[in-house]
Ligand binder design. Structure first.
Ligand code: PAF
Length: 275
């Protein structure tokens, strides 16, 4: 695998590549990331992974400083997955000066759900992804569905800016007990790790209730929030939304998704399930 620290070096690869797939990450790679790399292989002749912990998408007081940086182990995993190129720029390469031009996604997409609790987060994500797209100029780019709202924002941005990039969502990869894989799972203590799959079980119950005909969506959301609180979580939200645009569904809409974000100790976990 070739490691590129500079934009110039990655651009040289782009010029020689017929079809390129890009898989942006912040590193600390797990099976969810590796599944995206494998999926990328079906869409391109060269797969480019990126590792860059993007300061712009973290709010003051969030985990930018402590975000796990495991570069050597990540390189080994990417090599084993057959990834041809890794773009791992320094902060000075990505942001040589203050990033004064930024992508501001509309509040109805980026100010809800996670955006309500992490104001400015999706501006930071959209800005770095736009930069990565301009740098790599991929034909296709892959993002995990665990970050469903992020995937929607990136999809819409790509469409509205007419970027010639196909956006593909990868299925959430889960541990055997249902916990969605996430780099932040590493922050959990042993006791918290044992409790963490409860989030998936609660979302599963909501999905099953809807499939069984329950249509009182707010009651289902409130029940899930109460169950999380009773088990020691601090929920930000449990929300039933339309899969297409994450807007509020009416009682008879189909194509729903239940999304949740909640804190277990000091770790904030997110998950979602399609109904
Ligand atoms: O999902 C992530 O890891 C990040 O938000 C992304 C898309 C790499 C942008 O920094």
């Amino acid at each position: 695998m070739q490691i590129h620290e500079t934009i110039a070096s990655l651009r040289a690869v782009r010029r020689k590549t017929a079809r390129m797939a890009l898989v942006p990450t912040m590193g600390n790679l797990h099976e969810g990331h590796i599944a995206l790399m494998t999926q990328a292989r079906d869409h391109a002749d060269q797969v480019v992974a990126t590792i860059f912990v993007n300061r712009l998408q973290f709010r003051p007081g969030e985990d930018f400083e402590k975000y796990p940086r495991t570069f050597a182990a990540d390189c080994e995993r990417l090599e084993a997955a057959g990834v041809e190129h890794l773009f791992a720029p320094t902060e000075a390469e990505m942001y040589p000066r203050l990033q004064t031009y930024q992508i501001e996604p509309p509040p109805e997409q980026a100010g809800i759900l996670d955006g309500e609790f992490r104001p400015g987060h999706f501006r930071g994500v959209a800005t770095v992804v736009m930069k990565l797209f301009q740098i790599a100029q991929p034909d296709v780019a892959l993002f995990g569905k665990k970050d469903y709202q992020q995937l929607m924002v990136i999809r819409n941005m790509t469409q509205e800016f007419n970027l010639p990039i196909e956006i593909i969502g990868g299925e959430t990869v889960r541990a055997a007990d249902g916990l969605a894989l996430s780099s932040r799972n590493g922050y959990l203590s042993t006791a918290e790790r044992a409790e963490a799959p409860h989030l998936f079980r609660i979302l599963t119950k909501v999905v099953e209730a809807i499939r069984a005909g329950s249509r009182n969506l707010s009651l289902l959301e409130e029940g899930a929030i109460a169950e999380l609180q009773d088990s020691g979580w601090i929920p930000d939200y449990v929300a039933l939304r339309k899969k297409l645009d994450l807007q509020l569904p009416s009682a008879h809409d189909s194509g729903l998704l239940v999304l949740a974000a909640a804190r277990l100790g000091s770790t904030r976990l997110i998950d979602n399930l399609e109904v």
